[in-house]
Design a protein around this ligand. Structure first.
Ligand SMILES: *[C@@H]1O[C@H](CO)[C@@H](O)[C@H](O)[C@H]1NC(C)=O
Ligand SMILES: *[C@@H]1O[C@H](CO)[C@@H](O)[C@H](O)[C@H]1NC(C)=O
Ligand SMILES: *[C@@H]1O[C@H](CO)[C@@H](O)[C@H](O)[C@H]1NC(C)=O
Ligand SMILES: *[C@@H]1O[C@H](CO)[C@@H](O)[C@H](O)[C@H]1NC(C)=O
Length: 171
């Protein structure tokens, strides 16, 4: 009995654990044009209207032999100065993932002169908004799951229990 009662609890717990992860988004910078000067992407316009939330990631895909990904401060972002990056996110594969784990402004440029060609991105990272729809959804889902598991599991438990009782009595 004890173990079975834990199942709905576990399911509810799993839902709670999974839901924040499901809402984190991995942004492909420049979408399918990537981090590049080839397509004339304006990364300011790319970021415009998007909401970057705490826990999201930026995914930079680019030609590893040419560009890189440097995080700089606002001044250096504006002047395309790559001499003292705050963080060098370049791993060498041309596919770099940056976790946006602090609510602040982030400034990225490519060094090697590409910033002057437009490879500069500023994003503002916001706190996750209080879930207006997720809340009723989750609290609505859990009781459904709970009662559904109960409905399915309890008869099984009683059947197994009865069979076990019968078996014990036979001995
Ligand atoms: C950015 O860094 C440069 C060099 O370290 C410094 O001169 C400048 O004042 C900094 N700007 C900001 C906004 O912190
Ligand atoms: C950034 O890190 C990469 C990989 O470690 C390295 O090859 C590159 O020289 C670094 N770039 C800068 C500007 O520090
Ligand atoms: C954010 O991520 C960076 C890079 O992984 C890490 O160095 C830093 O400690 C993290 N900050 C927080 C507040 O988690
Ligand atoms: C991107 O477009 C904005 C206007 O939407 C403009 O102010 C900015 O200079 C452009 N950036 C680049 C790198 O061309």
């Amino acid at each position: 009995m004890k173990r079975v009662l834990l199942v709905p609890v576990f399911v509810a717990f799993a839902l709670i654990v999974i839901s924040p992860e499901a809402s984190a988004k991995r942004w492909l910078v420049g979408d399918n044009m990537g981090w590049s000067t080839s397509y004339g992407v304006n990364y300011t316009n790319w970021a415009k209207g998007k909401h970057f939330y705490l826990g999201d990631w930026l995914f930079f895909v680019y030609d590893r032999n040419q560009m890189n990904v440097l995080e700089v401060n606002k001044t250096d972002y504006e002047s395309c100065n790559s001499d003292h990056p705050l963080h060098n996110w370049t791993t060498g594969a041309g596919r770099d993932v940056v976790p946006l784990n602090v609510t602040r402004n982030y400034y990225f440029i490519s060094g090697k002169g590409f910033c002057f060609g437009g490879m500069k991105l500023a994003v503002h990272v916001e706190k996750l908004p209080p879930p207006p729809k997720a809340s009723p959804e989750v609290s609505g889902a859990s009781p459904t799951l709970y009662s559904r598991s109960q409905v399915v599991l309890l008869p099984v438990v009683f059947a197994v229990g009865a069979a076990w009782d019968a078996f014990i009595h036979l001995l």
